[in-house]
Ligand binder design. Sequence first.
Ligand code: SAH
Ligand code: SF4
Ligand code: F3S
Length: 476
Amino acid sequence: MQNNHNNELEFQLTGKLAFIRTFGCRANVSDSEKISGMLAELGYGFTRNMEEADLILFNTCAVRENAETRVFGNVGALIHLKRKNPDLIIAVCGCMVQQEHITKKLYDTYPFVSLIFGTHVLHKLPELLKETLSGKRVINIDNYEHIITEDLPIKREVEKPEGEEGKIKADVSIMYGCDNYCSYCIVPYVRGRERSRKPTAILNEIQMLIMDGYKEITLLGQNVNSYAGDSESGDKITFAELLKQIESISGEFRVSYMTSHPKDLTKDVIDVIANSEKISYHLHLPVQAGSNRVLEVMNRGYTIEQYLQIVEYARSKILDVSLTTDIIVGFPGETREEFLETLNLLERVKFDSAFTFIYSKREGTKAAEMDDTVSSEEKSAWFTEMLDVLDKVSGDAYERFVGKTLRVLCEGVGRTGEYEFSGRSREGVIVEFNASSNSEAHLDTINHATIIGEFVDVKINKALKWAVIGELSIVD
Ligand code: SAH
Ligand code: SF4
Ligand code: F3S
């Protein structure tokens, strides 16, 4: 929405270097891209080496306690850099500092942290920084949770992992915040109410990215299925309709989306995906637990039976769909029997992979008031047990791709050095492949520059746990 940009503030910091470290999920990475954009406009360059930075900024996550502990440790370790360079600005932003008690602790423990700002005031960064540079300690964790910042500059390159090639993949936020209040989760408290961007703004941004050469766009939201953006005519546009409109943008590109919430994933979204050419066949569908009682106390809004129905529908409509999930172990009050129901679910669904977490108590959430009956030893034991089950039931999930030819977006050179290239299939599966075992004639036309960042066909001949392996097929 509004932005008080540097033109008005009239200050430039040419020659200064910023170091940004992002913790947490893609929403945070996306915010860091905006922060980088604003810093670049102020004249900052970027470094991956903290030692040479004039500004060190940690963009933090609050989803589990260990995420926060890590940040405290990392910030504490900056004291020696501050001693060497008293002009160094140390800033902390993001979800963690949106909690008042944490900000207070950070402010009191680390006097060398001179700027703290929350998730709702990103657009104010230039003015906050100016104030900091004048020698003040600045905190702003105001909660303007209705704000959608539309016109901030975005610098996507800075957030790419080292070695990743340029303009291939880009994230586009379609909504902010979350209204679901799952009883264990801090996100609604630190990100504010759910709000959707206008479809025209999203479509324009994607159009520009495609024109700029990007080949994979990931739509971001805590629950993309509850997207409800205002169209020009004032009607609400659903996620299924938004996907259709994105699909109609011309060019070969792929559209991914995360995260889907099982309670809001409707059959029409699955139908749109099944009938599309550009929409990813990867569905990340966090189930969290296998027991209906636990799901209810978690406030998830679906039963296991409903979850299984949607999985079955997706598998019947979307060829080779890749299903992944999130699981929490040791939710307050969870019994051994209930935990076994989660294992049973993993055995039934055979996800391609699962992100597994031990429950972490988050102050301010509903679950934090419940009796945490599961001991930490028990939680750890269950966690290990679950990993074993996952390994057993999902370890060979990628075998279904062997013998098939997949359309792969080549993202760079092989991850392990064993294969020449690495990319991802439409199902989101990592594909490692060689081109050089093709005939000499073909090799003439292949070089790294022409493959990286392009869609290619790869014949799969082997499945590993984390990837499939194949060979480039040349279409004459
Ligand atoms: N909006 C997304 C992602 C939320 S955070 C969704 O609903 O799926 C990502 C994952 O972190 C969640 O799916 C959940 O499995 C896990 N998580 C969230 N809060 C947690 C907590 N307090 N303890 C352990 N895991 C948690
Ligand atoms: Fe957290 Fe639930 Fe919202 Fe996901 S849907 S961000 S788990 S409250
Ligand atoms: Fe963490 Fe905030 Fe994302 S709490 S998971 S960075 S929305």
